[in-house]
Design a binder for this molecule. Sequence first.
Ligand code: ATP
Ligand code: MG
Length: 399
Amino acid sequence: MKYDHILIRYGEMTLKSRNRKIFIDALRKRLNRALEGMDVHIKTTRDRAYIVLGDEDAYAVIGKLKLISGILSVSPVVRIEKTEAAMKETALEFTADFDADRTFKIEVKRADKTFPMETHDIQGMIGAHVLGNTDDLTVNVRQPDYKITAEIRREAVYMYYDTIKCLGGLPLGTGGKGLLMLSGGIDSPVAGLDVMKKGVEIEAVHFHSPPYTSPEATEKVKKLIDIMTERTGYDIKLHIVPFTELQTTLYDRIPDNLSMTSTRRVMLKIAERLAGTTGAEAVINGENLGQVASQTLTSMYAINEVTTLPVLRPLLTLEKNDIVNMAKQFGTYETSILPYEDCCTIFKPKSPKTKPSLEKVRKFEERVDFEPLIEKALAGIETYIPNGQDEDEAFEDLL
Ligand code: ATP
Ligand code: MG
């Protein structure tokens, strides 16, 4: 079937009334970027959008649309004249794609109330034409294998039978900015992509501790950023923080069973300062309730104390299995499971406290002057920009 349009149904922005235009404009921007260089034309309206296909294959274009948040579903459609003959003919052409011995149903949406025939009669007319010209199709109005829809609108009739579910959510750029704490593991990339689906732009921060962590571990995180950028069509900046001195100091000065808590506290302090310069209004991490010692409520309470920024944990209550499936779907899984260890794995205490006492943590931390080390770490940040050059950003205004 040669399609000439793709119908785009909006996601949650249909819930917006007054500021819907902002969301539609943001979606248009994402569409422009995703379909750059293709022979298509984008038309947005208040309730839906259309991609007018030049010489492009509908499903090739849909492959790109599936990655854009703010789109609920899409259908490849044929736009035809508002005549009985055109509707009958197009429905019959669709059936050429159907598998043998299947059931179908005709659905008519008569948005143009001036169209001279009633909905029921149009359905009957198209259905009879399909039945009369095929051998192995039968009608099933309750649970059809195929549903052929004819939308009769003021300007034309749009017909389709295939609807493809997309990401949903809100267009990127409508939800502010967050700073993602990105390790090399399975969870944090998924957390970042999940928040982006709600329209939030992100920058990422990664702490590494060379030579305890290998160059491969850092490369792996850059690779994750490349995948996430490719996936979302949005250039995600990655700030790489040299964490070795802090890590060894924490290791030496904080009792083994509390060092994980203090490590996370220091990371979060640095993330907060970085958020200040990047314009991020929240920190995002991949924590999952009860997964490890640092991810109990008591631990989160003790860690969170160092910042007033909201810490978003989109994976908090998910099953590990579901997170793994999301990672596979996003395309980050294969990279995440590469063996290189990140700084936390190497300095992992033997028996971290699941219920760290905030008082004790504070007491031990008071004996160490972390501030100069934090400043040094901030000054040493290197920023990786996907598909571009690394830039040595001087975060002097932080100091
Ligand atoms: P992940 O799969 O994301 O590594 P995890 O289940 O292994 O998560 P932890 O290693 O305890 O959990 O880390 C919890 C969260 O802390 C991570 O999801 C990530 O957001 C953040 N984090 C941990 N290590 C680092 C790091 N080296 N750099 C930046 N963020 C980190
Ligand atoms: Mg991890």
